[in-house]
Design a protein around this ligand. Structure first.
Ligand code: HDE
Length: 798
């Protein structure tokens, strides 16, 4: 290691003596100090000037920056901080591995397993007694000296960190993304380089309005944020389950959030948009109308995170190795299909199980029913974009799939729950600015605001600037730069150099250059008219209703009815009649029929005039109906994975068919749970062993995807004496779920006044009578349909 540097000249050797603590063995020929000084000098001398300087100028250079200049260090000696680094201990380890940043190693390095370990303080001191504080005598005063108690309480006092200002309520999971085919023609982005390439991901789903402990089933947009740990850095696709947004410009985001959050004077309502300030704001912001259609649809009350789509919302760019770029929109499509709750169900679930979606995600993964989504892209050129009737920079517009088809490019599987909610799901920090070479932004003004916002908010939420080093946030790609210090810094950087250019660290870390590094697409703004600094929107942004109508008209009748009912419910909670009227006047621009239905539900006899439009004559849309916009367009793979089915039992039921049904459901990936008036063993008429693991009280009917009613007169009578059973049945029926009625239970149907046919007199396809294998099959097919909306009436019959 140590080189004889006498040849390097006496000045370097003399410089090595320029220290008070100076070397002990003056002038020894292989003296390490002299070697360090000599090698440092060699490195500086090898870079007599900054050769990259000239290339920093001019447009052409700007879009094709060269790699930085670097000189190989003669040894590791001049790069280190200290000559003492070879003196290792159990704490320091040994000398840093060359070119390695240990803060980004796999999470194993910070996972803690306490099996077989004693309890210690944070300083690693074993704790002898964790039951009592230190006192002077058994009955004496507690002592200030008790550092163990004080450490424990002090840490506890600070266990909470501020919650996210929006998207506070969330649940996360690890998984992977697998690429179907190389996309190198379109993008050089690392995840899309070859077929079968695997990129690790962490995903966080969230609601937007509510606080961290709020219910999962609020009517709300769901966040769908994916962190790809690519081998060229972290790419965060921070999307939602709805492809459009309320506003077009970041300037309005704080206003929107202030309007939808609980009202500031009394902090109500929690996790709900059904209140004055939200509807006051959106009815004054007609650009929100398209988003309102989505948010009032069942999209805003998904059945599961595994059964909703995700969207990047904004237009992004793909950029290939030659620097050519195209526009791209991102879509996540769930393998299990898109399925939602109905409103009455969502409201009830929020009381019985506020963790409904969190539990569902956790349990699916624990059960091996891994949520899976295909990533799709809509790719289009600048010329195509110019020809569209809408502006692709407007986040309140979609690009209909009929206009630009969705190409499927890979799949994401969520197959591992976090070990620790706080360390992973709470501390994860997504950022719309995190892109990798091959992905770039468009000029969407909403996106521009997001590029700024995320790191900024995280600096206060995560307590300082170094949260990128938290294990869940650190990339798997190398991290090397000259940023230093700040609160909670974890990396221990070697050496005295923290600037660039430098010669004293051989120029390292050096800039990657265009071949390896991120280069922004230099697209210039084509000025069709005189341009200057301006606060204004393009004209097409003023078309607020065409796509709202497109969405509404693309829904099936039952979905349209749910949208009308949701507007009715939300506006009925608004206390200011003028706000209700204003919203109806806006809806008149979408659909007279919708406006009439909502107004009738609000007891409004006289309709207001339609709201004046910002753009009197919008361009003719390319499509008037897009089937892909209906939830029914994606029924999924028909699998029952992740579904929960209640099999009602009580003392006196015939046990064998119930057990057979449970086995048939398990075989399909669904969970059949025995629900009885109380938990515990059930005395079946045929003496087969059944244990109820849920009760009518602790797992009410609306928590299940389907219901099986048992055979055995005595058991059915026992169930019918419990009012919970009738509610159970009514909710299942009202929410259009599949019900299997084994012979004796026809009596239960009568008692609950459940019609066995549809209003038309046709058989109800969601009610199956019988207890044999053929009926079990029909029951299973019915559950795969998710729901039987033919049964629905407004108001409900039962
Ligand atoms: Fe966000 N958003 N957002 N947002 N957003 C945040 O970042 C913001 C927008 C989205 O699971 C915050 O760390 C602005 C659209 C998700 O941790 C904050 C604007 C879309 C998440 C923020 C928007 C999103 C956030 C709050 C308008 C869909 C949760 C805490 C210009 C494409 C990520 C945080 C997670 C979180 C700002 C609009 C998605 C304050 C300024 C549009 C999924 O930075």
């Amino acid at each position: 290691m140590i080189k004889d540097t006498r040849a390097a000249g006496t000045s370097a050797a003399a410089a090595a003596r320029n220290t008070d603590s100076g070397p002990s063995a003056l002038g020894a020929p292989s003296d390490v100090h002299t070697a360090k000084a000599g090698e440092t000098n060699d490195m500086a001398a090898a870079m007599p000037y900054n050769p990259g300087k000239a290339a920093e100028h001019g447009f052409k250079n700007g879009v094709n920056p060269p790699a930085g200049t670097t000189v190989e260090a003669p040894s590791r000696l001049p790069l280190g901080s200290t000559l003492s680094e070879a003196n290792g201990t159990e704490k320091t380890g040994t000398v840093a591995a060359e070119g390695v940043n240990a803060t980004i190693a796999p999470l194993d390095r910070v996972r803690v397993d306490s099996a077989g370990q004693v309890l210690t303080t944070n300083q690693g001191v074993p704790i002898a007694d964790n039951q009592n504080s230190l006192k002077y005598g058994e009955r004496g005063p507690a002592l200030l000296e008790d550092f163990i108690l004080r450490e424990k309480i002090t840490h506890f006092d600070h266990e909470r960190i501020p919650e996210r200002i929006v998207h506070a309520r969330g649940s996360g999971a690890h998984g992977f993304f697998e690429c179907y085919e190389p996309l190198t023609e379109l993008t050089r982005a690392a995840p899309f380089k070859e077929a079968g390439k695997i990129t690790p991901v962490f995903v966080r789903f969230s609601t937007v309005q509510g606080e961290r402990g709020s219910k999962d089933t609020a009517r709300d947009v769901r966040g769908f944020a994916v962190k790809f740990y690519t081998d060229e850095g972290n790419w965060d696709l921070v999307g939602n389950n709805i492809p459009v947004f309320f506003i077009q410009d970041a300037m309005k985001f704080p206003d929107l959030v202030h309007a939808v959050k609980p009202e500031p004077h009394h902090q109500m309502p929690q996790a709900a948009s059904a209140h004055d300030t939200f509807w006051d704001f959106v009815s004054l912001m007609p650009e929100s109308t398209h988003m309102l259609m989505w948010v009032m649809s069942d999209r805003a009350i998904p059945r599961s995170y595994a059964t909703m789509q995700g969207f990047g919302v904004h237009t992004f760019r793909f950029v290939n190795a030659a620097g050519e770029s195209v526009f791209v929109k991102f879509h996540w499509n769930p393998k299990a299909g898109t399925h939602s709750l109905v409103w009455d169900e969502a409201v009830k679930i929020s009381g019985a199980d506020p963790d409904y979606h969190r539990r569902d995600l956790w349990e699916r993964i624990e059960a091996g029913a891994y949520p899976e989504y295909e990533l799709g892209v809509q790719v289009f050129t600048e010329e195509q974009a110019d020809s569209f009737s809408f502006d692709i920079l407007d986040a309140t517009k979609i690009i209909p799939e009929e206009l630009v088809p969705v190409r499927r490019i890979g799949r994401m599987v969520l197959n591992r729950n976090p070990d620790n909610f706080f360390a992973e799901t709470e501390q994860v920090a997504f950022c719309a600015a995190h892109v990798v070479p091959g992905i770039d932004f468009s000029n969407d003004p909403l996106l521009a605001g997001r590029i700024h916002s995320y790191v900024d908010t995280q600096i206060s939420r995560l307590g300082g600037p170094n949260f990128h080093e938290l294990p869940i946030n650190s990339p798997i790609a190398p991290v090397h730069n000259n940023q230093r210090d700040g609160m909670h810094r974890q990396a221990i950087h070697r050496g005295k150099v923290s600037y660039e250019p430098n010669s004293l660290a051989g120029g390292c870390p050096f800039q990657a250059g265009a071949a390896q590094g991120f280069v922004s697409v230099p697209a210039r703004i084509e000025a069709k008219e005189a341009q200057g600094k301006v606060r204004a929107k393009p004209e097409k942004f003023a078309d607020h209703y065409t796509q709202a109508r497109l969405f509404l008209e693309s829904q099936t009748p039952v979905e349209q009815a749910h949208i009308a009912a949701a507007f009715r419910f939300e506006l009925s909670k608004v206390t200011v009649p003028a706000v209700r009227e204003r919203m109806i006047s806006s809806l008149l621009n979408v659909s007279e029929d919708l406006a009439n239905q909502v107004a009738a539900g609000l007891g409004m006899d006289v309709l207001p005039e339609p709201m004046p439009r910002a753009l009197a004559k919008p361009p003719k849309p390319e499509v008037a109906k897009s089937d892909a916009l209906s939830l029914f367009a994606r029924p999924g793979d028909g699998s029952l994975m992740g579904r929960k089915v209640a099999i009602l039992v009580a003392d006196g039921v015939v046990g064998q068919p119930a057990l057979d049904l449970q086995a048939a459901l398990f075989a399909q990936g669904a969970v059949g749970r025995f629900v009885a008036p109380r938990i515990g063993p059930v005395k079946t008429a045929d003496k087969v062993a059944i244990n109820a693991d849920a009760s009518l009280e602790n797992e009410p009917g609306f928590l299940f995807d389907a219901l099986a009613l048992p055979d055995g007169d005595a058991g059915v009578q026992a169930l019918s004496r419990d009012g919970h059973t009738l509610e159970f049945l009514k909710d299942q029926y009202r929410h259009c779920k599949t019900i299997l009625v084994m012979p004796a239970s026809s009596a239960l149907m009568l008692k609950a006044q459940i019609p066995s046919t549809l209003l038309s007199g046709d058989p109800d396809p969601g009610i199956v009578f019988g207890a044999g294998p053929a009926e079990f099959d029909l029951f299973i097919q019915g559950i795969a349909q998710h729901r039987h909306p033919e049964r629905e009436t407004d108001p409900p019959l039962v």
